[in-house]
Every structure is written in C-alpha cells, then in structure tokens.
Design a binder for this molecule. Sequence first.
Ligand SMILES: [Zn+2]
Length: 279
Amino acid sequence: MKIGKYDCSSIEMGKFVLDGGAMFGVVPKVLWEREIPADYKNRIPMSARCLLIQGDNKKILVDTGMGNKFSDKEKKIYGLKEVFDIESKLSELNLSCKDITDVILTHLHFDHAGGATKIENGKIIPTFQNAQYHVQKEHFHSALNPTKRDKASFIKDNFEPLMNHGVLKTLDGFCELFEDIEFIITKGHTNFQQHPLIKGENNSLFFCGDIFPTASHLPVSWHMGYDNNPLTILDEKENLLKRALNEKWIMFFEHDPKIPAVTLKEGKKGIEIDQVIEI
Ligand SMILES: [Zn+2]
C-alpha cells in the first residue's frame, strides 16, 4: 500500500495465544468473547504483525515479532504457536535481513523486540546487521529498570546486544527521523512507547502497537489488563481516536488475529470501524 512517498507492507512474524481476560482487562468475558472467542484454556489467538516501510532510500521495519531464541519449553509458556523465519518472510518481498536500514522498536516487550536479535554460533547478535535500531531513551531506561507489573515482558537478550554492538539509537521524545513519519509517544501501556505515523496527502497510517493491540480494542475502555497506567491510556486512546477520525488515519493492528488494518467512522455509539483494509 502506498502512503505518501512510502510503500507499506504488512509482515506476519508469528502466531501466539494470550489469556483473554488479561487482554481485555475489566471488560466482562461475555462481551469480549463475542469479538474474539477463547480456547478451552481461556486463551485468544494473536498475531505478531510487523510493518515494512520502503521509500526515500530507506527500508524501515517497525517491530520484529517474537524472534527465534525461545526454547521449546519457553514456546509453551509464552503460547507461541508459530514463529516465522524473518529471512524467508523478507525473501517473499525480494529482500533479506541485510537490506533493512532501520528498525523502529515501538517498545521492548518480547513480542515486539524478540526478533531484534538472533543466536549465531552460540552468540546473540543483531538480526539486521546493517540496520540502525531506534527506541525511546526513557523506554530503554524503563526496560533496564522495569516496574513489577511488566518485568516479565522485558528479556535483556532482546535489547542489550543491540547496545553492545553500537546499533541502538535512543531517541528523546518527538523527532523527525524520517521525512513524513511522525513519532507519537504514549505512556499508558508502558513508559514511552513510540508509534510511527506515516503521513501521505490523502491518507496516513498509524502503527497502533500495544495501545490498540487489536480492532476489538478500539473502544476507549476496552484496554489490556497488562497496561501500566490505565487512566492514562483512556485519555490517550480518546485523543488518538479523535485525531484518527479527523485526519482519516488507517489504524494498523500488530496483534489482531484477522484484521490487519481499518479506517474509522463516527457511528451511533461513537467511533467505530468503517472499512477493513488489507496491507
Ligand atoms: Zn507491550
């Protein structure tokens, strides 16, 4: 899909399952299971969907999925159903890991940053050897000193090797790293999550990350039990939805099991899905 000067492609990096109750926080199960039905262990299917942005002599990957460093036991614990090989996924687009110039990490939870590093000859090294990785400075500090709430989501092997190899660039809030790509910062899910907004004349694409993990999380109060600051996320979602509607954003979902992206409209009960978009 063309957005302004960039070509955007969705890349499915894996499938996993998470507890449905944890994914919908205070929303009763009778309501959320109409949206995404749970299995016999109350788990719901999730995708790890990344975005490749090509243009302006850049090949930018947004988030990296779970990666391939998990043992079989860990795969069971984290509910990993399928993890796709990133090299073969890129080869479908006639690219290889070497071609990636930049990796934007929304945040460093393992289902977003797991693919940032890989094991080669017993050592953990950056997966994209020619890429500069970008994360918010404040978020990086939080990952090194996590809250008790999201401690289990940070695995140092996913990001410390990036620092040691000198390929991790830490950003200070809003910045114009790439032309026509705005970085929007949120703090409700985790401290200083960054969401790229790719801007075109007729449409823009917003990378929702973990603020709207699936299309079912569009209603403001439907947010995850995992979120660090529930009241903050309510305000952030409300403001983002208003802006999304005004500026006709396409909302790109990293974790929705079926719906990659949508446009929005004002409905009877508030802002709702207008059209499903394939990317
Ligand atoms: Zn997260």
